[in-house]
Write a protein that binds this ligand. Structure first.
Ligand code: NAD
Length: 493
């Protein structure tokens, strides 16, 4: 672990194994932090914040360090992509072509954007004084990240926090801590002052909870499941911490009767399978107008048959294994529930046989046709390659069904009609609506949830605001001993 600028083991010498999900074998082990280690990290981070070695230098000086780190990540893309693939199971095609370059772009944007952040206005909102707004760092931020985009999720949360002058303690998922530890090496090399960037490893239930309770931690930035997000909200309330939550999703993918079905099915495959179907924005509920339902499902299945499930290190593999054996069991459990609750299996859902990878956690994508809006596969986040296809007949019906889940993260509409698209953009209760597309989020645009998908904002300049306090500063312009409004106290004198 990297705490206060030094590399240390857990004080009680406990370790946790790290698995390769493609083979099921242990590839490394990392320390399992003790409560004392968490306290040490929190104290060090607080000391660094108070000392001002980072919090009081200029945005430009901070950006220079963060940009150096972005460059180091870019220079090590090949090696980091392989490491990310070996711990997460996502295809090397994806980590090389998307995860790593996009993460570099996210960091470069945020480093630059932090230099442009301005107070809203400096002006006279009353006759006798000038008001101004300052943005100031919050203090120590506990960043708790999931396994599905190990390095990228640190970039989305820790980098805006750092760019604003906060000190950070990252607790990566126990499944995928290795690239975050590599990041700490790069931070050290780039010259980040000691105590400003720390990484502690260990189980969420112990280490994550301790961060949320610790009095030296001023804010928790959590990306993960809705269930754990709720728990952290409760824990953070004991010290009234700000808790920023980026949580689960259940994206609808709405295909109107006039949609280009070839483009929609092409987008449906990518929307459903990107990141092995383990993406919070994956399209999972395909609402298809009844007039094009058969055409859509036939083409979808035909195209899915060409998707190659296999060794994630092989450059021709499209999707790799799920993260763990227990997660695959969970996804298979959902497929079973979907069928028990009235669904019909149109494709897949079985385990492929892959020579040399018999112990990996592979699963073929499944397509289930269902008319049961209340089915668990339609209502709950599965986080695996399961496509639920549902028919609809009217605009009002599909919008109401799309909004009828606890989540509100990503959504998409497929139509050639501008009026239909614009109405859907307005009526869908989701933080992102794509039109004739599903997935892209440029670094400049916010990624944020509605409802139980959380209430943080990642990417964009909004993520910088997330990690700062606003301070009102008021300057008296009159120089008078008794200002006009003092009559409230001195009125009678
Ligand atoms: P998770 O909630 O199980 O774990 C996330 C992190 O929290 C891990 O580091 C884990 O160790 C830690 N943790 C677990 N229990 C904890 C506890 N009691 N207290 C404190 N920390 C705890 O999520 P996951 O399975 O790693 O990731 C998948 C989830 O993340 C999905 O729900 C997905 O939708 C969500 N996600 C959301 C976004 C977004 O931007 N909204 C992005 C990526 C992933």
């Amino acid at each position: 672990m990297f705490i206060n600028g030094i590399w240390i083991d857990s004080s009680d010498e406990k370790k946790i194994p790290v698995f390769n999900p493609a083979t099921g074998s242990v590839i490394s082990e990392v320390p399992s932090a003790s409560i004392e280690d968490v306290s040490f990290a929190a104290e060090s981070a607080k000391e660094s914040f108070v000392a001002g070695t980072w919090s009081r230098i200029t945005p430009g000086e901070r950006a220079a360090v963060l940009l150096k780190v972005a460059q180091m990540i870019e220079d090590r893309t090949q090696e980091l992509a392989k490491l990310e693939t070996s711990i997460s199971g996502k295809s090397i095609k994806q980590t090389l072509g998307y995860d790593l370059p996009y993460t570099v772009d996210n960091i470069r944007f945020i480093a630059g954007a932090s230099r442009m952040l301005e107070g809203k206005a400096m002006g006279e909102y009353v006759q006798e004084g000038t008001s101004a707004i300052r943005r100031e760092p919050i203090g120590v931020i506990g960043v708790i990240t999931p396994w599905n985009y190990p390095l990228m999720m640190v970039a989305w949360r820790a980098f805006p926090a750092l760019a604003m002058g906060n000190s950070v303690i990252v607790k990566p998922s126990s499944y995928t801590p290795l690239t975050t530890l590599e990041l700490a090496k790069m931070m050290e090399k780039a010259g980040i002052p000691k105590g400003v960037f720390n990484v502690i490893t260990g189980p969420g239930g112990k280490v994550g909870e301790e961060l949320a309770k610790n009095k030296n931690v001023d804010m928790i930035a959590f990306t993960g499941s809705t269930e754990v997000g709720k728990r952290l909200s409760e824990l953070g309330s004991s010290t009234l911490k700000k808790v920023s939550l980026e949580l689960g999703g259940k994206a609808p993918f709405i295909v109107f009767s006039d949609a280009d079905i070839d483009a929609a099915t092409e987008g449906a495959i990518v929307g459903g399978l990107v990141n092995n179907g383990e993406d919070c924005a994956n399209s999972t509920r395909y609402y298809v107008h009844e007039s094009v339902k058969d055409k859509f499902t036939d083409l979808l299945v035909k195209k899915l048959m060409k998707v190659k499930v296999g060794d994630p290190m092989d450059p021709i593999t499209d999707i790799g294994p799920l993260i763990s054996s227990s997660h695959r069991d969970r996804v298979e459990g959902y497929i079973k529930k979907g069928l028990d609750q009235g669904g019909k299996l149109l494709y897949g859902g079985n385990r492929p046989t892959l020579r040399g990878m018999e112990n990996g956690f592979f699963l073929n994508p499944a397509v289930i046709y269902t008319e049961n809006q209340k089915s668990d596969i339609v209502q709950e986040e599965i986080f695996g390659p399961v496509f639920s296809v549902l028919p609809f007949s009217t605009y009002e019906e599909v919008i109401s069904k799309s909004n009828d889940v606890i989540y509100g993260l990503g959504s998409s509409v497929w139509t050639k009609d501008v009026k239909t698209a614009m109405n859907a953009v307005k009526d869908l209760r989701f933080g992102t609506v794509w039109v004739n597309e599903h997935v892209p989020v440029p670094s400049e645009m916010p990624w944020a949830g509605y409802k139980q998908s959380g209430h943080g904002a990642s990417l964009s300049a909004y993520s910088l605001e997330e990690f700062s306090y606003i301070k009102h500063v008021y300057f008296d312009l009159t120089g008078k001993v008794r200002k006009s409004w003092y009559y409230q106290i001195y009125g009678g004198q």
